[in-house]
Design a protein around this ligand. Structure first.
Ligand code: NI
Length: 169
């Protein structure tokens, strides 16, 4: 967090099944596993492309969660099923030594492509859906703490600062 490369909107992949793309996917899986992550997006390793990987059998950082199939998802699109959200604790390999309670949609369908360009469509609920939303955010330049900050409180603080004659910009 604080690195500008994490706050960019990532570019779509236009050419599939290239050695470079397969290498990127392998790097993402290797990095995710080495850090005991449950998901990782390309911007987190400095690559500004709409590529994410996720999935695990059992994970020490989230010991109570059921397995999620290992997945490569490129140029993803999320379709939310209903308005229901739930709040749960999340961490992020780009925000070390922190956890935060983040609201996410409970049920969604994701679509995209794999590294060969084959279409993917999958329904997901609960933690599976949460991971997909978290990684999707990385492609939009959003880190989970951005969901937590009370923007109304920030605006009130800013207002008070301005009333006291401060320069807030
Ligand atoms: Ni993350």
């Amino acid at each position: 967090m604080g690195d500008a490369r994490l706050e960019r909107v990532a570019e779509p992949v236009t050419i599939f099944n290239t050695p470079e793309l397969h290498t990127l996917v392998q790097d993402l899986f290797d990095t995710m596993r080495a850090a005991h992550g449950v998901g990782l997006a390309a911007p987190q390793i400095g690559v500004n492309l709409r590529v994410m990987v996720f999935g695990f059998e059992q994970n020490p950082r989230y010991p109570d969660e059921a397995a999620v199939p290992e997945t490569v998802l490129i140029n993803p699109e999320l379709i939310f099923c209903g308005a229901e959200q739930e709040i749960a604790s999340e961490g992020c390999l780009s925000v070390p030594e922190m956890r935060g309670d983040v609201p996410r949609y409970v049920h969604l369908i994701y679509r995209g492509k794999d590294a060969c360009g084959a279409p993917i469509e999958q329904e997901a609920r609960g933690f599976h859906a949460r991971i997909v939303q978290h990684e999707y955010d990385h492609l939009e330049g959003i880190l989970y703490p951005f969901h937590i900050f009370d923007t109304a409180a920030l605006l009130r603080l800013r207002q008070r600062f301005a009333e006291q004659g401060g320069q807030s910009d």
